[in-house]
Write a protein that binds this ligand. Structure first.
Ligand SMILES: [Zn+2]
Length: 371
C-alpha cells in the first residue's frame, strides 16, 4: 500500500495558476516578473490556510526557473525547478519565526544572505509569522532589509499585520490575501475527490467548505479525516454527523411550523435537536442565519450572497416566498435579542422556547396591524 500523504501537502499548488482564490495577487506577481519590476521585500498578510507560504514558494521557484513558460510559470523540468521540487534547492530559505524568533536565529539568516546563489538568480528568504520576531531580532534584520544584495528577495508572512512595525511595513510591498470563498474551496475539494477516486456528494463538500471558514488547509484536513472515516464515500450525512452540524432540514421544518403558527410543532422539533446533543445557543445562531438567508433569497440582487449549493438556494427561495420582508427582519431581531440574552439567562431552554413562541406569533401581529 502506498504511503498516505495528507491532501494539503499532496495537492499543494505548484503554479500561480493553481493557487486557489488569490487570482489578483498571483496576477500582480506574474506581471512583476514579466516587467522585471519585482520588489525585493514582500509582506504577505492574511489568516491561516489562505496560501501565503504556498505563493511564496511558487514565486521563489518561478523566478529561479531557467525556462519559464509564456504564462510566466515555472517549467518544472530545468535543473533549478527539479531541485525546488525535490526540496533540495539552496535558493530558498524558510524561517518559522513562531519557534525561531531570537537575534541569533535572524543572524543566521543574515549570514546566509551575503552568499550569492550557485544555481539560478535569486535567493528567497521566507520568514513565516514574522510578527513573532523579538524587537531585537527585528532591529538586527532591519539593516539587511534596507540594503539587500541584488540576489536576495525577502518574503515576510504574517497573520497579524497590525503587529508589524512601521519601519518594516514601509520597506515591503504588501499583499493582503483574502479568505477563500466557499465556492472556490468546494470546487477544489471536488477536483481532489475526483483525482483520489473518492465519491463525494456535492452538498457534503459544500458543507466542509463552509465549516473551513475561508481556510483551505482546514478544509483539506477535514476532507482527509472524512475520507478515512467514510472509507472513501463522503455523504452529506457523514459530514453532518462528524462535524456535529445541524442539518438544514431542521431549520426548514421549524420555519414551516412557525409560519403555520404551530408552536407545539416547533417546540417538539427543538426537543429533537437538543436530544441529538446540540446546544440551544448554536440553534439560535443557526436559526438567525436561516432567517438571514431567507431575507437574502427574496431579492435577486442579494441571492449571490448565499454561499450555498443551487439545490439549497432553491429551497430558500421557495420558503422565503411565504414570508413578508418585515416579518423576516422582526424574526432576526428577535433571535439576535435571544443570542445576547442567552449566556446570562438562568433558564436557557425556556429562553429558546419563548423565542420560538414569539417567532410563531409574527403572523398574528401582522394581521392585527393590517386586518
Ligand atoms: Zn524551470
Amino acid at each position: 500500500m502506498s504511503e498516505f500523504v495528507v491532501s494539503a501537502r499532496k495537492y499543494r499548488p505548484q503554479t500561480f495558476e493553481t493557487v486557489v482564490g488569490q487570482g489578483s495577487i498571483t496576477g500582480t506577481l506574474r506581471n512583476a516578473i514579466l516587467t522585471g519590476h519585482l520588489a525585493q521585500a514582500f509582506l504577505f498578510c492574511g489568516s491561516r490556510g489562505v496560501g501565503k507560504t504556498t505563493t511564496a514558494r511558487i514565486l521563489a521557484k518561478t523566478i529561479n526557473c531557467f525556462n519559464r513558460t509564456p504564462q510566466l510559470e515555472a517549467c518544472d523540468v530545468c535543473d533549478s525547478c527539479v531541485s525546488f521540487n525535490s526540496g533540495n534547492s539552496l535558493n530558498i530559505y524558510e524561517l518559522d519565526a513562531a519557534s525561531n524568533n531570537s537575534v541569533d536565529d535572524i543572524r543566521g539568516l543574515i549570514d546566509q544572505v551575503r552568499i550569492a546563489p550557485q544555481l539560478g538568480n535569486y535567493k528567497v528568504y521566507i520568514i513565516d509569522e514574522v510578527h513573532m520576531l523579538t524587537a531585537n531580532a527585528f532591529n538586527a534584520f532591519l539593516k539587511t532589509l534596507e540594503e539587500p544584495p541584488a540576489h536576495a528577495i525577502f518574503i515576510l508572512a504574517t497573520t497579524e499585520k497590525h503587529k508589524i512595525i512601521p519601519t518594516i511595513l514601509s520597506r515591503c510591498q504588501i499583499f493582503d490575501f483574502s479568505r477563500i470563498g466557499v465556492k472556490d474551496i468546494a470546487m477544489h475539494l471536488t477536483h481532489i475527490a475526483e483525482k483520489e477516486a473518492v465519491s463525494a456528494e456535492p452538498e457534503a463538500l459544500h458543507l466542509i467548505a463552509t465549516k473551513a471558514d475561508g481556510a483551505l488547509r482546514d478544509a483539506l484536513s477535514i476532507f482527509d479525516q472524512l475520507v478515512t472515516f467514510s472509507g472513501g464515500n463522503i455523504t452529506y450525512q457523514t459530514v453532518l454527523t462528524n462535524l456535529h452540524v445541524l442539518d438544514y432540514d431542521y431549520y426548514f421544518k421549524i420555519v414551516d411550523y412557525l409560519k403555520k403558527e404551530d408552536i407545539a410543532g416547533s417546540i417538539l422539533t427543538l426537543n429533537d435537536i437538543i436530544e441529538k446533543g446540540f446546544d440551544g445557543h448554536q440553534f439560535i445562531i443557526g436559526l438567525a442565519e436561516h432567517f438571514r438567508n431567507l431575507l437574502m433569497a427574496q431579492d435577486v440582487r442579494t441571492i449571490p450572497l448565499l454561499e450555498l449549493t443551487e439545490q439549497i438556494k432553491d429551497r430558500f427561495k421557495e420558503q422565503s416566498g411565504a414570508w413578508e420582508k418585515n416579518q423576516l427582519t422582526r424574526a432576526m431581531y428577535c433571535l439576535s435579542k435571544a443570542d445576547v440574552a442567552y449566556k446570562s439567562s438562568k433558564n436557557q431552554r425556556l429562553l429558546v422556547e419563548v423565542t420560538l413562541m414569539e417567532l410563531g406569533s409574527l403572523q398574528q401581529e401582522a394581521e392585527k396591524k393590517n386586518p
